[in-house]
Write a protein that binds this ligand. Structure first.
Ligand SMILES: [Zn+2]
Length: 264
């Protein structure tokens, strides 16, 4: 069986001495795996397709329950991402996240669209890299079904937070300082509660909260169209987005460590 499709290359691995395997993210069928025969040779016609972040059009044939690359061309290369290491490191992390939050044989229209928008934002430096990263992380948490309730304090329903507020990471909820004080009786919050749920409380301010709310409701073509009040708000927002996602996905990413090392 032959098929032709557009897809984003999320991952490239070497197979044997001569071939490469690609993980391709497509809108209609989600992720699938392709073998590019002979692609490790510098003279291979597939060499340019076997690069993460390339948005490609490929023709495949199915044999022995596997997809093999027959031919292909590049729709969008995002070459600009390779011009600096910080951008490349962030793009690599975004590709690994996209791999994590999408499934095989499961439509991935939004993840694909958001991943392409994010690569475009990185390449064209639409926003600071830290903000682009946090936007993708917040999107990834939302699309994976972990959207926190950002409407009001989960204890007293207050929706205004003049004195700041806390994001209760594992419960996906907000807590105002008053309620936090009442809950803990002024004592330090224990590491786990009586249900053995980890207590991870992250400080937010109103600007960081607005940014998180914006991402959960904005259309994808406008998802980067917001700004933070100042550096402090940006820090709180970025920390919350990363910590929230990693704790809900319950895993770590080697590309995130790489990004942190190069942007230090
Ligand atoms: Zn409250």
């Amino acid at each position: 069986m032959r098929k032709v499709c557009d897809g984003l290359v999320l991952k490239v691995t070497d197979v044997g001495d001569h071939d490469r395997a690609l993980t391709l993210l497509t809108a209609d069928e989600g992720k699938f795996y392709i073998i590019a025969k002979g692609a490790r040779s510098v003279r291979s016609k597939f060499a340019s397709l076997c690069r993460i972040c390339a948005y490609v059009n490929v023709e495949l044939h199915e044999r022995d329950g596997r997809y093999w690359l027959s031919s292909g061309s590049i729709n969008q290369a995002f070459f600009g991402i390779n011009s600096d290491l910080d951008s490349f490191a962030l793009a690599s992390y975004v590709m690994q996240l996209a791999d994590e939050i999408s499934g095989v044989d499961y439509p991935a229209h939004e993840v694909l669209r958001m991943s392409l928008n994010t690569l475009y934002a990185i390449e064209n430096k639409l926003r600071p890299l830290a903000q682009i990263k946090a936007t993708y992380e917040a999107f990834a948490a939302n699309i994976s079904g972990f959207t926190p309730d950002l409407s009001s304090c989960s204890e007293c329903d207050s929706a205004s937070f003049p004195d700041g507020l806390w994001l209760d990471v594992m419960n996906g909820a907000l807590v105002c300082p008053e309620c936090l004080k009442k809950k803990s009786g002024g004592l330090p919050i224990p590491e786990v509660d009586r249900f053995e749920t980890k207590n991870i409380l992250l400080p937010l301010d109103s600007s960081a909260l607005e940014a998180l709310r914006y991402i959960s409701s904005a259309p994808l073509q406008r998802i980067f169209a917001y700004s933070l009040n100042d550096e402090r708000s940006m820090e709180l927002f970025c920390r919350a987005a990363e910590t929230y996602l990693l704790h809900h996905l319950e895993r770590d990413f080697d590309t995130l460590h790489f990004y942190k090392t190069v942007t230090k």
